[in-house]
Design a protein around this ligand. Structure first.
Ligand code: BG6
Length: 487
């Protein structure tokens, strides 16, 4: 199946932090794919900005060529590289902005995307520089990467500061989980089918699990990660966004604000977790040496070079306190150095009220809708079925399995690829609005404060395991189990 693309006019994409990890690993590969699909019309430019004085566009292209050589499309890469330019600029200094602005404005008015793939400390000087050199006007837009703050107060400061120079409509706060295929498919499944919505509530759903497990450790990101931890790095943004899409009311239209309004209501309905209940509802963990991907793996402290109380794993029993979801637990779990890379949403329905079958038919298990984000994006719907053949009624829990790769036979599109395309087109639907980010922090801040007050260190878990045993206990004391290995 060939992807369908709406054509775009030539545009500029300026990447601050253009030599950094995000640019090399995610943004430039995504742009190369856009280019190969004919989505970067001739005349479009990618201008990478970083402090490296003495570095040239030729050297930059060589570096990108090396970084993207594994993409396998040599002809595409050769066509793409000439679109790239490098501009050295110390954004915190008054010098250099003039010549940078001249280079950007060398071509007339067009869509200009300024992607801040930098530390948030320099968001303000960048936005100020863009504004005072006339680059924040017209069709300009700014993309800001998480972390947007480390708590509500710092997020508000960043949002205020960026907001002085760019309007909310020009500001794209990226949460790349929203660009993942299955995440968007959740909206399609819920609101494109009549089947689910009548059952999508506390009367029929027993609980929801959201797991984002990674096999990687923190590796070279230690200095950032250690100040953040799993709650700030993953839960406040990615996991809460997934929870919102599961829990939100049907929006009136498939439009950015209609959807964001509904997500915001969910965030505001999250039951507070604070010092009174954090010990029962949350588990923090940190990996110790063990094994990952079949090899021995160091512990977090060894990777970091010092001991630390930062969590690399979190499990939370959350609740959305409204009519639709009263008393339905949303178990959230994320961690580094888990046994496998697995992100999924599992919606488990209630059991049948009465079984008509003999015990010899086997146990009845609940229906489950499993949305797999990665790897192998797809949807499985678990149902009880009769085992075929003679021998009486024997039942088995089997999955209707829809793998996207097999069903649609299309190339996997990385989240960044889709999201960059949306910024160029001016479609903010898959980006977080200011009030959503702040509502997420309002909930997370109370958990962080409760943890800080408790002075408890994170519980150790062995690299390559599913986290501390307390995370298993968190769900098992409710008579439920994590969906590990169940498919
Ligand atoms: C990022 C986090 O936002 O998401 C990282 O900062 C994490 O710590 C990454 O590894 C996970 O993204 P993905 O797309 O690989 O699941």
């Amino acid at each position: 199946m060939t992807p369908q693309f709406a054509p775009v006019e030539p545009f500029d994409l300026v990447i601050f932090g253009g030599t950094g990890d995000l640019a090399m690993r995610k943004l430039l590969p995504a742009l190369l794919h856009r280019f190969n699909d004919g989505q970067m019309p001739p005349g479009s430019r990618v201008i990478a900005v970083a402090r490296d004085h003495g570095f040239s566009s030729v050297q930059y292209r060589e570096r990108v060529q090396q970084a993207l050589s594994g993409t396998g499309d040599r002809a595409g890469l050769e066509g793409f590289l000439p679109l790239l330019d490098f501009h050295a600029l110390d954004v915190t200094s008054a010098e250099g902005w003039q010549s940078f602005a001249q280079e950007v404005q060398r071509v007339g008015e067009r869509v200009r995307v300024f992607y801040l793939a930098t530390s948030p400390d320099i968001f303000v000087p960048i936005c100020e520089g863009l504004h005072s050199h006339g680059l924040a006007a017209g069709q300009s837009r700014v993309v800001i990467e998480k972390p947007i703050g480390r708590d509500l107060a710092s997020a508000a400061r960043i949002n205020d500061a960026v907001g002085r120079f760019f309007s909310e409509q020009q500001t794209y706060r990226i949460d790349h989980y929203l660009g993942k295929e299955t995440v968007q498919n959740l909206t399609a499944l819920r609101f494109g089918n009549a089947l689910f919505e009548p059952l999508w509530n506390a009367a029929h759903i027993d609980h929801v699990q959201i797991t984002v497990a990674e096999t990687v450790g923190v590796e070279s990101r230690g200095p950032y990660y250690d100040k953040s931890g799993a709650l700030r790095d993953m839960v406040q943004n990615h996991l809460l966004q997934l929870l919102c899409l599961v829990a939100m009311e049907p929006p009136a239209a498939f439009s950015a604000d209609a959807i964001r309004d509904e997500k915001l209501k969910v965030l505001r309905a999250l039951k507070p977790i604070d010092a009174s209940n954090a010990a029962q509802l949350t588990v923090r963990g940190q990996y110790r040496a063990g094994a990952a991907n079949g090899q021995s793996a160091p512990g977090y402290a060894e990777e970091l070079g010092h001991t630390s109380d930062t969590e690399t794993f979190v499990a939370i029993k959350a609740e959305v306190a409204n009519w639709r979801w009263a008393d339905v637990p949303f178990y959230l779990r994320t961690g580094k150095r888990m046994p496998e890379r697995l992100s999924e949403i599992v919606v488990t329905f209630r059991s049948v009220p009465h079984s008509i079958f003999e015990p010899s038919a086997g146990p009845l298990q609940s229906n489950k809708l499993v949305l797999r984000l990665q790897p192998d994006e797809g949807v499985k719907f678990w149902l009880m079925n009769k085992v075929p053949g003679p021998g009486g009624m024997r039942l088995r829990h089997v999955a209707m399995d829809m793998s996207f790769a097999e069903t649609f036979n299309v190339r996997h599109v990385d989240a960044y690829e889709r999201l960059l395309g949306d910024v160029v087109r001016g479609n903010p639907m898959l980006f977080m609005r200011r009030d959503e980010v702040e509502a997420g922090w309002r909930w997370a801040d109370q958990i962080l404060a409760a943890w800080a007050d408790s002075h408890e260190s994170p519980k150790p878990y062995t690299a390559g395991s599913w986290g501390p045993s307390a995370a298993v206990a968190l769900i098992e004391r409710d008579g439920r189990t994590w969906n590990d290995d169940a498919g």
